[in-house]
Design a protein around this ligand. Structure first.
Ligand code: URA
Length: 314
């Protein structure tokens, strides 16, 4: 093969890496966001050698990597959202298909929380999902003790003061009522430890059940508890999009906090042992402690974002 035969159009290489469609890659080139060997290239159709040339998109080096893998798990209650637990509790490793052992979870769900947990082998996308600047929305369906009143909904919407600082505005809507309890759907853009439990605790409604139903562009849908599925190309590309957004719009400014007249919860947020699995004979209504998880190592950051095309089954 001659050198000329080894060169490929720049937009094709970018699209092949999976970070952008061909059309989007052309846009990136036209906007001067692509450099080859340190020089900005704005001419569409420029041919480069994908092996020898050093290509950067939006400041990130493009190099061939193993294909991305993205797996969605519906985490059931009673599993730690890490791949290993020093305390020997069941971990999500038992639920993830064997060939996917190199996958690691993006963020965490408490031991006693359930729902959508993303796993990937792409450290950059994991970081982007977790980084506060991207404000990735996370929606939870929450069962709380007591009936949630409108002023309390307003408090959650405006933001309230937790022991580690004020929360950003949240989207909140009632999702049902059951005798002395309420179901609420809440969307937050932060990812602080036990945040949802602490928010409801703060307004006097301990959480009984907590299920994540959306994570950024991903929807849990009807995936049964304990089951996994690979993301579709469309879903994976929606996640990759986060990498092309160095600065996402600011969150709306938090409204002044109205005092609840209550002290911040004194419950420490440090990890604690889970409650025993055997049923309580008194059948008291369960509430979830804001400290139901163990710490989890952050995924190792990989230096580069781009990969070869995703090759996943759905
Ligand atoms: N907020 C919590 O309090 N717990 C979770 O598991 C997720 C969000």
């Amino acid at each position: 093969m001659t050198q000329a035969e080894k060169t490929v159009r720049l937009q094709k290489i970018i699209a092949r890496s999976g970070i952008a469609s061909r059309r989007k890659a052309e846009e990136l080139i036209r906007h001067g966001l692509v450099t080859v060997n340190g020089e900005t290239v704005m001419t569409l159709g420029t041919k480069v050698d994908p092996v020898l040339d050093h290509i950067k998109v939006n400041g990130r080096h493009l190099k061939s990597q193993p294909p991305d893998m993205f797996l969605m798990l519906n985490k059931p209650l009673g599993y730690i959202s890490t791949l290993h637990d020093p305390a020997g509790r069941p971990t999500i490793k038992a639920l993830v298909p064997k060939p996917s052992l190199r996958l690691f979870p993006v963020g965490r769900l408490d031991y006693d929380s359930e729902g959508l947990l993303l796993l990937t082998n792409n450290g950059d996308i994991a970081q982007a999902c977790l980084h506060p600047s991207h404000h990735v929305p996370k929606t939870y369906l929450v069962k709380i003790k007591g009936i949630l009143e409108d002023p309390e909904i307003q408090q959650l919407r405006h933001g309230l003061m937790l022991e580690d600082g004020p929360t950003a505005p949240a989207k909140v809507k009632k999702a049902g009522k059951a005798e002395a309890n309420s179901w609420v759907e809440i969307t937050i853009h932060e990812g602080r430890k036990h945040q949802v439990k602490r928010m409801f605790e703060q307004i006097g409604h301990p959480v009984i059940r907590l299920k994540r139903i959306q994570f950024g562009p991903l929807n849990l849908g009807t995936l049964p508890p304990g089951q996994t599925r690979y993301l579709t190309d469309k879903e994976a590309n929606a996640l990759r999009h986060l990498l092309l957004e160095p600065e996402s719009p600011r969150l709306p400014k938090r409204q002044p906090i109205r005092s609840t007249g209550k002290l911040p919860p004194s419950t420490p947020v440090a990890p604690s042992r889970p409650r025993p699995a055997k049923p309580n004979p008194i059948r008291r209504k369960r509430t979830l402690s804001p400290s139901g998880t163990t710490g989890q190592a952050r995924p190792r950051r990989r230096p580069v974002t781009s990969r070869t095309r995703v090759n996943v089954k759905t």
